[in-house]
Design a protein around this ligand. Structure first.
Ligand SMILES: Nc1ncnc2c1ncn2[C@@H]1O[C@H](COP(=O)(O)OP(=O)(O)OP(=O)(O)O)[C@@H](O)[C@H]1O
Ligand SMILES: [Mg+2]
Length: 312
């Protein structure tokens, strides 16, 4: 059962900061996540996502900042938070030499789950493990391991799920099924904060935030994040795209040139400058230039490049 007495903001933190060896890895992050929301937490490798998540769920203490998670203070009430949060770590783990049922039972004991047997049976059924619950976890294929990891995170009926790259290394069908499950859980009132490097998954989130160099650079719905970047993008098709990309990269007004399937995306932050400086290529007739809406990936690459200029 999911409790219904939580505040509307399941996560409400300001100024969350953490350094390791004097280097600031999470820099004054403010974040609010509403109940029942699927919130995507995106950013390049090493940008501080896992560190931030560990501070939310009471495993790491922020050096400064404050706020609440599920209404509990993130500095003072870490034990309360840990008891109410399901955390799927980046390298999801369970006991390989225990069966599926034994794994679930073991975690249920750790959390002192009431009606343990019932909870384990329900979990086995919900995740489609019927008939194979005696199988050793270590023998499962990647997608079933992921299901088991998710099941162990849910066994104590958490109110908030923190999922750190839960779909890394699983195939598209398993990813789709996983997302159907996540949306089902959110419909029941569970709140989900999820990190991913997949753009299609970012687009499945209700809202998202983008972090680079420990700093939050954008947040909102996909449409809001794309609009706020104010980018202008041309899609270019035709022969010799590698060579064309090399020519276009140094052109004034061009912020980035990125291969996209059989095309190039040529993006600038000032539409007028982009159009006028690329005009010689656009009028040459060797390639088809089509104005397209900027995509989330264009925006993230742009944000990351700008952050590199500002913070590194
Ligand atoms: N316990 C630690 N001690 C020292 N440095 C750490 C520790 N944990 C993380 N870091 C450093 O903090 C930075 C942010 O790491 P973090 O794991 O939070 O990034 P991330 O956004 O989760 O990256 P990825 O997408 O690769 O998982 C990295 O430079 C990492 O090396
Ligand atoms: Mg990480």
């Amino acid at each position: 059962m999911i409790a219904h007495t939580q505040p509307s903001d399941v996560i409400d933190v300001v100024g969350i900061t953490k350094s390791f060896s004097g280097k600031r890895e999470v820099n004054a992050i403010d974040l609010r996540v509403r109940r029942g929301e699927i919130f995507g937490f995106l950013g390049p490798n090493g940008s501080g996502k896992t560190t931030f998540i560990r501070m939310l769920c009471g495993l790491l203490t922020p050096e400064s900042g404050s706020g609440t998670c599920l209404g509990y203070d993130v500095i003072r009430d870490q034990r309360e938070i840990r008891a109410r949060v399901g955390y799927m770590t980046q390298k999801f783990s369970f006991y390989e030499d225990l069966s599926i049922r034994e794994n679930l039972d073991f975690i249920a004991r750790l959390y002192a789950v009431e009606n343990r047997r019932q909870a384990v049976d329900a979990s086995i059924e919900r995740l489609g493990f019927q008939g194979r619950s005696g199988q050793l976890a270590g023998e499962l294929s990647g997608d079933w391991k992921q299901r088991l990891a998710l099941a162990t995170c849910l066994i104590h009926s958490p109110q908030l799920l923190l999922l750190d790259e839960p779909t890394a290394g699983v195939d598209p069908k398993a990813r789709r099924e996983f997302w159907e499950q996540i949306h089902g859980l959110a419909n029941e009132g569970l709140t989900v904060l999820i990190t991913t490097h997949y753009m299609d998954e970012a687009e499945r989130c209700h809202r998202l935030a983008y972090i680079a160099y420990g700093t939050l650079l954008a947040r909102g719905t996909v449409d809001e994040v794309v609009a706020s970047a104010g980018l202008s993008t041309w899609e270019v098709a035709g022969p010799g795209l590698n060579e064309l990309a090399r020519e276009l990269r140094p052109v004034e007004g061009v912020r980035q040139v990125v291969p996209f399937g059989n095309t190039l995306h040529v993006t600038g932050s000032n539409a007028h400058a982009l159009d006028s400086f690329t005009s010689p290529w656009r009028t040459r007739g060797t390639h088809q230039w089509t104005r397209v809406p900027s995509r989330l990936e264009d925006v993230f690459i742009h944000l990351m490049d700008s952050a590199r200029d500002n913070f590194s």
